[in-house]
Design a protein around this ligand. Structure first.
Ligand SMILES: NC(=O)c1ccc[n+]([C@@H]2O[C@H](COP(=O)([O-])OP(=O)(O)OC[C@H]3O[C@@H](n4cnc5c(N)ncnc54)[C@H](O)[C@@H]3O)[C@@H](O)[C@H]2O)c1
Length: 457
């Protein structure tokens, strides 16, 4: 098969690296995005995403003349779709008293609709957006067939899950194994020929629904495994155990691999994709649903941890325990009322600039609801425009005046902090570490009181 021109629809974290990699492999690529600002900045050679190695590949691809940009598709040999598939904010589903989130497939629908006028016999359409089971056959194919062409016979149609790790995207795009799900075996073969342009990893052909399910199973498994780690963190506190040490010891068992607890689960994959299963089959997904509940509740647990830290410092812990639980909270006010908190990190995972669905955002909002004044320092996106969140312009600005420091993301720069240097920048002496990033002894020597998630203080 000869693919000379590829139309990549959606130039985000997945589409832009893939489009530029394709162009760098010598094919003509038209990058399409409905956001005109993205198109304008790419035309100037500027990129809107932080990903190691991406800038060089985009620059090289543009300079080669192979990579151009538009807000609309054009005729091409391949149409590759990588648009967002979040959940809907405006509506939810309900089954047996359990509320669940619904997939928002609006971007996939509109991307497919935009392709219809340009679709020709022999073309290949590939969907990489993470999607509910049967999306390719039941949603995408009927839209594309409005062209008058038949999916699977006049044009090829595939689903291929994307499994790259942010921070490693440029390498993993090429090296990871690919599952190519065709709506017919011929479609899967066409998909293989397309990915062979740049993929060095193994390419496995299957059917479209299996490929969709593979992606959802991967992320759901991680969500459930993180939920059990988060539940262990709560149990460890109850029983006076250090969860991090307990996990380390349990993982010495050759067939056990417990993941790390933390402030919750975020990103637009692991915290979203399990809902696609729940929506598709609510009566079959009790465990998946419960894992989502546990992980979504974890930010509340963090807020309790911050409160404990203040209680401990104010010496009120004893009176609180002796009394009715809230005895130390003054006149019904939360102990966090008017407290100034420097929150470190807003990204959903370490060393990336991606803030989508971040549990850190939820923690900040919950602290604010308790009356705390929170300043957030996110070194990977200091100027992020997050509604209702006070972003600090520097670490110093976040620490200035703070009563406590809350470590929410395991960014390498935070883990490398030198306690004495931090002590010289702030009057705060309370630290709450949600990610097991800091050593208690080191920070105590510098005068801090460190409280760790999953460890009873
Ligand atoms: N980012 C990841 O690490 C990752 C990993 C695996 C799978 N995925 C999946 O890949 C898909 C894309 O994710 P992403 O992180 O690249 O999203 P993104 O939000 O970074 O980028 C999507 C881009 O698509 C554009 N867009 C939206 N609707 C469009 C339309 N109708 N036509 C053209 N452009 C449109 C947006 O403006 C945006 O620039 C999602 O389904 C996601 O779940 C992402």
């Amino acid at each position: 098969m000869n693919f000379q021109k590829i139309c990549v629809i959606g130039l985000g974290y997945i589409g832009l690296p893939t489009a530029s990699t394709l162009a760098a492999h010598g094919v003509k690529v038209l990058g399409v995005d409905i956001n005109p600002n993205i198109i304008e900045s790419l035309r100037k050679g500027e990129i809107h995403i932080q990903e190691p190695g991406l800038r060089d590949v985009v620059t090289q691809a543009i300079q080669s003349g192979n990579f151009t940009f538009s807000t609309k598709p054009e005729e091409a040999d391949v149409f590759y779709i990588a648009v967002p598939t979040p959940f809907r904010e405006d509506e939810h589903g309900e089954y047996d008293g359990r509320q669940y989130k619904l997939a928002d497939m609006g971007a996939v629908t509109s991307a497919a609709t935009a392709i219809v006028p340009y679709l020709r016999k022999g073309n290949l359409v590939v969907l990489e957006s993470t999607s509910p089971p049967r999306t390719t056959t039941d949603l995408l194919a009927p839209i594309l067939e409005r062209s008058g062409l038949k999916a699977g016979s006049d044009f090829f149609l595939c689903y291929s899950p994307e499994r790259v790790l942010p921070g490693q995207i440029m390498r993993e795009l090429i090296e990871n194994a690919r599952v190519i799900g065709g709506i017919t075996p011929e479609s899967a073969k066409a998909g293989r020929a397309f990915y062979q342009i740049f993929v060095k990893g193994e390419i496995i052909e299957t059917d479209a629904t299996t490929a969709e399910m593979v992606k959802l199973m991967e992320n759901t498994t991680r969500d459930v495994n993180i939920a059990i780690a988060n539940e262990f963190s709560r149990l460890a506190e109850r029983f006076g155990v250090d969860v991090w040490e307990a996990i380390r010891l349990a993982n010495l068992h050759p067939r056990i691999n417990i993941l790390s607890p933390g402030p919750g689960v975020g990103g637009h994959c692991i915290s979203v994709d399990p809902w696609f299963f729940v929506e598709a089959a609510p009566e079959l997904t009790q465990l998946i649903y419960q894992a989502r509940q546990v992980n979504d509740a974890q930010p509340h647990f963090v807020v309790e941890k911050v409160k404990q830290a203040f209680f401990a410092l104010s010496g009120a812990e004893r009176s609180r325990r002796a009394g009715d639980g809230n005895a130390a909270e003054d006149g019904g006010l939360s102990i966090l009322s008017s407290k100034k908190i420097a929150a470190l990190g807003l990204a959903y995972k370490p060393d990336v600039d991606d803030l989508r669905e971040s549990p850190a955002t939820e923690v900040v909002h919950l602290l604010q609801e308790e009356g705390a004044q929170v300043k957030v320092w996110e070194p990977f996106k200091p100027d992020a425009n997050m509604p209702g969140i006070d972003m600090a312009s520097s670490l110093e600005a976040a620490l200035d005046d703070a009563d406590a420091i809350l470590l929410l993301v395991r960014h390498t720069k935070f883990i490398k902090f030198v306690p004495d240097e931090i002590a010289s920048k702030t009057k705060a002496r309370i630290l709450v570490d949600c990610v097991n990033g800091w050593d208690t002894n080191n920070w105590q020597k510098a005068g801090f009181q460190l409280v760790r998630l999953g460890v009873r203080k």
